[in-house]
Every structure is written in structure tokens, then in C-alpha cells.
Design a protein around this ligand. Structure first.
Ligand SMILES: *[C@@H]1O[C@H](CO)[C@@H](O)[C@H](O)[C@H]1NC(C)=O
Ligand SMILES: *[C@@H]1O[C@H](CO)[C@@H](O)[C@H](O)[C@H]1NC(C)=O
Ligand SMILES: *[C@@H]1O[C@H](CO)[C@@H](O)[C@H](O)[C@H]1NC(C)=O
Ligand SMILES: *[C@@H]1O[C@H](CO)[C@@H](O)[C@H](O)[C@H]1NC(C)=O
Length: 223
């Protein structure tokens, strides 16, 4: 009998579509505990003490969030032994071409970062709808792509350099575009806990980038 399975699958899909975003907060947990995920409350508590000589990362916590969504369980996530990361030996100080900016990628109503309930709240001037995605603060936000007004300074830097940009700066901008909602809404202790939030490239972040990132400047470590 396949029907009951289909019915159950349908219910799960409906349930996950209606699922509220998890709210991440910081609190003091036991030593070497990364986070506690409360599936019945849609919350995650991150350890503001960090992981000491061990490590943790956002993907690892998100995997537990997905598990707890299905079961409603409370999951204790211990810190773990990190893999040795190789220092960045890639050559980054050469110019790459900026892509072509797409017109009309701003919101019809409001400006980024904009909270939303559904993708309908994220209509763009070209008629597309941007995704409405969960931030870490329990709110949903419209996704801003690189052509949007949010990245005006990226395009200014490009046009000031003949349509080109340092490769390392391009990587930082792309990282920011990909992770904007998470970084924008992360609680203060996430930086301690998630080493991937620290951009350990040899960036010399110019002032225009800091202006755009603003809230992010704490996360950007100038080496
Ligand atoms: C995050 O942690 C998981 C679990 O230990 C590991 O498999 C994965 O490679 C880590 N990801 C990053 C980006 O460090
Ligand atoms: C713009 O959005 C606000 C709230 O997000 C809403 O109240 C208003 O009706 C919207 N305006 C238009 C023209 O859609
Ligand atoms: C989302 O829905 C809530 C409750 O219905 C409402 O108060 C809020 O204004 C909505 N947000 C947006 C951006 O439309
Ligand atoms: C940066 O992102 C743009 C747009 O998605 C892409 O075309 C480009 O290849 C990326 N550049 C690097 C260096 O990752």
C-alpha cells in the first residue's frame, strides 16, 4: 500500500513549509558544549563561552535543527575536534573581472534587509520574487542578490577599477552575498563558536566595504 506513505509525506511537507524559523540566542552552557537545540520550542541556545580548544560550526548545528524539527527532541551538541585547516597559500592579489550587473533587482516595496512572511513580500522591480529565508533571529528576510542596491559599493569599486576587482575582495563580497541573512541576524556569540564566520583571507578591507558590511565589521578580521 503506497497511499498512506504519500499521505504521511504530504503532511510532513506541509508541516515543514509552515515551520517557524528557529531563534538562536546566546547563553552560558557547560564547558565544551557547542549548543542545545530545543525542537519543541524552535530555539537554539549557543554557548557564549565558545568551544575552547575544540570547535563547532553552523552546518553541524543546522543538521541538528533539521533532526529536531522532525522529532521535537532536545539535542545537546558537544564541541568536537577540528580538522587542521591549511593556511591560505592561494595567490589572491590579482584582478578579476566583475560580472555584469542585472537591472531592477531591488524590491518593489521597501529596502534590504527586509523582513518577510512569504516570497510575495519580496517582489522585485523586474517582476521576479526573491526567496524569503530564515535568519538566526527567528525572522525571515528577503534574499538580496549582488545586483541589488545593497551592494552598490561593490559596483562602485568595480567601475573605479575598469570593471575589475582584486580576487580576494571578490571572494569576500561573494561570501557576504551568499551569507548575508545569516551574518546579519547572527547573535553575538556565533563568531566565537563558528570559525567559518571569520574570514581568514589576507583581506585589506577598504572603507567602502566596511560601510556596506557595517554590522559585519566585527566578524571581519583584518589580518
Ligand atoms: C562542520 O562540522 C562537521 C561535523 O564535524 C564537519 O563534518 C564539517 O566538515 C564541518 N564544516 C566546516 C565548514 O567546517
Ligand atoms: C508595502 O509593505 C507594507 C508592509 O510590509 C504594506 O503595509 C504595504 O501595503 C505595502 N505597499 C504596497 C504598495 O504594496
Ligand atoms: C508578517 O505577518 C505578521 C502577522 O500576520 C504581520 O504582523 C507582519 O507585518 C508581516 N510582515 C510583513 C513583512 O509583511
Ligand atoms: C562571485 O560571484 C559571481 C556571481 O555569482 C560569480 O560570477 C563569480 O564567479 C564569483 N567569483 C568568485 C571569485 O568566486
Amino acid at each position: 500500500m503506497k497511499l498512506p506513505h504519500l499521505v504521511i509525506l504530504g503532511l510532513l511537507l506541509v508541516a515543514s513549509n509552515c515551520q517557524d524559523c528557529y531563534t538562536f540566542t546566546c547563553d552560558t552552557l557547560d564547558d565544551l558544549v557547542c549548543a542545545i537545540v530545543y525542537g519543541s520550542q524552535n530555539t537554539v541556545t549557543l554557548n557564549d563561552k565558545g568551544c575552547s580548544y575544540l570547535t563547532c560550526n553552523h552546518t553541524y548545528v543546522e543538521d541538528a535543527v533539521v533532526k529536531s524539527q522532525a522529532t521535537g527532541d532536545t539535542i545537546n551538541l558537544p564541541c568536537f575536534v577540528g580538522e587542521e585547516t591549511e593556511n591560505n597559500k592561494i595567490q589572491l592579489d590579482y584582478y578579476v573581472k566583475c560580472e555584469t550587473r542585472t537591472a531592477n533587482r531591488d524590491l518593489v516595496n521597501g529596502t534590504f534587509p527586509k523582513t518577510c512572511n512569504t516570497t510575495d513580500d519580496c517582489k522585485l522591480k523586474d517582476g521576479d520574487y526573491a526567496d524569503c529565508l530564515c535568519g538566526m533571529d527567528g525572522n525571515k528576510y528577503c534574499y538580496a542578490d549582488k545586483s541589488s542596491e545593497l551592494y552598490e559599493d561593490f559596483w562602485t569599486v568595480c567601475s573605479n577599477h575598469d570593471g575589475q576587482m582584486y580576487y580576494r575582495d571578490m571572494l569576500l563580497w561573494n561570501y557576504t552575498v551568499d551569507n548575508y541573512i545569516t551574518l546579519y541576524s547572527a547573535p553575538f556569540c556565533a563568531e566565537n563558536l563558528f570559525p567559518e564566520y571569520i574570514l581568514n583571507l589576507n583581506f585589506i578591507v577598504d572603507s567602502s566595504m566596511i560601510k556596506t558590511l557595517g554590522f559585519l565589521s566585527l566578524l571581519v578580521h583584518l589580518l
